[in-house]
Design a protein around this ligand. Structure first.
Ligand code: SF4
Length: 521
């Protein structure tokens, strides 16, 4: 589709709205130029005698729809952009016959919007009405976002403004899952094996240097999160080295939470669990993603549902009283029945929290890249080829042809997510953090559910951008938050372990910015 901007260049937000309805269409963008052929969208702001006119025209599969509005007075660019997005949304809704549950709310933090309105003193009815009016969000999603805001209110209120969380990044995994787009390195590759000793060494150095920075600034450590990747993909000795560096350099006696993402059950051993426990972690994640063995195989996992249960039991036996389990709705070959079965099996294990993610398919995942190589140079076709493959694998979708939107509905991912969320609510789990990602099937959300008192503080603070996070390790992203002004600044570590090791000194010198940021706060 060709998207033309006349008298404006509101590309970012309008493209996001178009993608709600046309998730896999490739767009060409023109500025101050009209389209020649094919499907198009014209987004226009032009002066008239009374002021100016905003208009949107879309031509899709031979059908044309337009909306326009004349304006005069004091409107900002942001107001005009919002009005054009609304018009575009209404046109696309009509042309595609689809009403996205999150309306035209395309950002990744819907709860933040609710929290902002709560802070301004609005009550539930007023919040619902404001978000419906502005973004067309459905009642069902408003209810979810509102309940999440209510659950996390205490954690946000209890926040010490000079506290921070420490994130330790371990970007290694035992093997790569087919849907994964994360920069994670298979621990079995020769390259990773060679890099790991140096990686652990540099990571321990960075842990020590970061503790020094925080100490000099008088910041107080509140929570720790060792994530990945799969931190337990490290050997027991390497894991011990990292956790011992944390213990040696930080005062962990006063922190409120210490999570280690144990992640995949094929990496969880009794010895590693003992190290995690003995070095002070209070919370772990055992992430099956699905408890259906056929789906585990389809996504390239080398463990079974039985292995997950055994890892979970081991952790319980060793005294872990706060365990999270992650699942993903929409995995290739999964079905609503099997997804429900997964949720029920996990509830049977009775973990303290369960997080329901929705599948995000990115170009860097194996699901796509395998196809990309095969249809080299034919980008558009690569999408359809790949989707056809997924369609054929799934009994619910094998008859849907190559229409991706049909695929999304055929997978009934919305149904999976809704049913899963309903079961968890019935079992007494409450939503406590929520975020959305781009390229997520059906534009759905990821929601962490927890029993009361077991909400993961780190997850809440990172998602609501409420606390500074000092990150160490490759791919780590430090987020500096001025809780007074709301100003946020990010510092990025190198993404790839080899870069992280070889350019460590350059990277660490950028951390001077942390002191500058906190000067005067
Ligand atoms: S365990 Fe997670 S990070 Fe590792 S390959 Fe699988 S999806 Fe990616």
């Amino acid at each position: 589709m060709t998207v033309c901007y006349i008298g404006n260049s509101f590309k970012y937000e309008t493209e996001a709205v178009l993608k709600l309805f046309l998730p896999i269409v490739t767009f060409d963008f023109l500025f101050e130029e009209y389209p020649q052929v094919g499907d198009f969208c014209i987004i226009k702001r032009e002066p008239n005698n009374d002021g100016y006119t905003l208009s949107v025209t879309v031509s899709l599969d031979g059908t044309n729809e337009s909306l326009e509005e004349t304006r005069s007075g004091d409107f900002s660019d942001k107001d005009d952009e919002a009005a054009l997005c609304k018009m575009l949304y209404l046109i696309m809704q009509k042309l595609k016959g689809v009403t996205p549950a999150w309306g035209l709310l395309t950002g990744i933090r819907p709860v933040k919007k609710v929290n902002e309105l709560l802070d301004r003193g609005l009550d539930k009815a007023e919040i619902f009405s404001a978000l419906k009016e502005k973004y067309f969000v459905s009642d069902e999603k408003l209810e979810l976002a509102y309940s999440t805001a209510v659950t996390q209110a205490d954690a946000l209120a209890a926040l010490d403004k000079r506290s921070y969380s420490l994130y330790v990044s371990i970007p290694f995994c035992p093997s790569r899952c087919s849907y994964c787009s994360f920069v994670s390195h298979s621990i079995e590759s020769a390259g990773a094996k060679k890099l790991l000793p140096d990686y652990v060494k540099k990571l321990c150095e960075e842990i020590a240097q970061t503790s020094e920075i925080a100490r000099e600034l008088g910041l107080r450590l509140d929570t720790i999160y060792i994530g990945g990747g799969t931190p337990t993909a490290l050997s027991a000795e390497q894991l011990e080295a990292v956790m011992s560096a944390v213990k040696k350099n930080f005062d962990i006696s006063k922190i409120r939470e210490y999570t280690v993402e144990a992640g995949r059950s094929d990496t969880i051993t009794e010895k590693k669990l003992e190290i995690i426990r003995d070095f002070g972690a209070t919370r772990i994640s055992v992430n099956p993603q699905t408890m259906n063995d056929a789906v585990l195989e389809a996504i390239g996992r080398r463990h079974t549902a039985k292995d997950v249960v055994s890892a979970f039991d081991k952790a319980r036996r060793l005294g872990f009283g706060n365990i999270n389990m992650d699942v993903i709705a929409g995995l290739p070959t999964d079905t609503p029945e099997s997804f429900l079965q997964t949720i029920e099996t996990l509830c049977g294990l009775d973990p303290e929290s369960i997080t329901i993610h929705t599948l995000t398919v990115k170009r860097s995942s194996k699901l796509f890249s395998e196809e990309e190589r095969r249809v080299d140079g034919r980008k558009q076709q690569f999408h359809f080829e790949n989707e056809n493959k997924i369609l054929r694998q799934n009994p619910y979708t094998q008859n849907f042809g190559s229409d991706f939107v049909h695929f999304l509905r055929g997978m009934a991912v919305s149904e999976m997510v809704l049913t899963g969320q309903t079961v968890l609510l019935e079992k007494g789990y409450l939503p406590y953090y929520l975020y959305r990602q781009k390229n997520t099937v059906d534009n759905l959300e990821n929601v962490g559910f927890a029993k009361a008192g077991y909400e993961c503080l780190y997850n809440i603070y990172i998602m609501e951008e409420a606390q500074t996070i000092l990150a160490v390790g490759a791919g780590g992203s430090t987020k500096l938050v001025n809780t007074g002004t709301g100003k946020i600044e990010r510092l990025f570590n190198y993404k790839f372990p080899y870069e992280y090791i070889s350019r460590y000194d350059k990277m660490i010198s950028k951390k001077d910015r942390i002191a500058e940021f906190f000067a005067g706060i």
